[in-house]
Ligand binder design. Structure first.
Ligand SMILES: Nc1nc2c([nH]c(=O)n2[C@H]2C[C@H](O)[C@@H](COP(=O)(O)OP(=O)(O)OP(=O)(O)O)O2)c(=O)[nH]1
Length: 135
């Protein structure tokens, strides 16, 4: 059996809004919305991977806050784990530098206005419950 590899997703929150990112690749995922993040590298903590991925993908300085309970299967061997996160004061605003072509800050009543990746829906539901976004 192959080892599972953790993909860390950031529930990046700012003023009660959640950041959603639209993937630009690969073709089977393009156009669908996800939590920004990526694969945890060998020897790296998920929290560190989250900070690194947000820097690379969005050009922001951020920190991981708390783990959202749960773990969601992606295409084998990947599993999705999610942390809430916040921007550091003075961080640049997020830009879709890599992997994404559009970003949206979703207010609580907008959380289901984007077409989340199917495999992200249970994770987003959990985030919504945790942070009081309307489910
Ligand atoms: N970041 C992220 N990836 C997700 C989510 N849902 C989901 O199925 N995925 C998939 C897409 C990719 O196949 C994989 C993560 O790959 P990635 O391309 O974001 O990660 P990465 O930056 O480390 O990738 P790489 O280009 O270095 O290989 O997990 C999600 O909410 N966030």
């Amino acid at each position: 059996m192959s080892e599972r590899i953790v993909v860390v997703g950031a529930a990046l929150l700012d003023a009660g809004r959640l950041l959603a990112a639209r993937r630009s690749a690969p073709p089977e995922l393009a156009g669908r919305w996800e939590l920004p993040g990526g694969k945890v590298e060998p020897g790296e903590t998920p929290e560190h991977a989250l900070v690194r991925e947000l820097r690379e993908e969005l050009g922001v300085e951020a920190e991981a806050l708390t783990r959202v309970p749960g773990e969601w299967p992606l295409r084998e061997p990947y599993v999705l784990q999610v942390w809430t996160a916040r921007l550091h004061p003075g961080s640049p605003t997020p830009k879709p530098l890599q992997d994404h072509d559009e970003l949206r800050w979703l207010a609580p009543d907008e959380i289901w206005h984007v077409n989340w990746l199917d495999q992200d829906v249970p994770a987003v539901r959990e985030v919504a419950a945790l942070v009081g976004h309307g489910a």
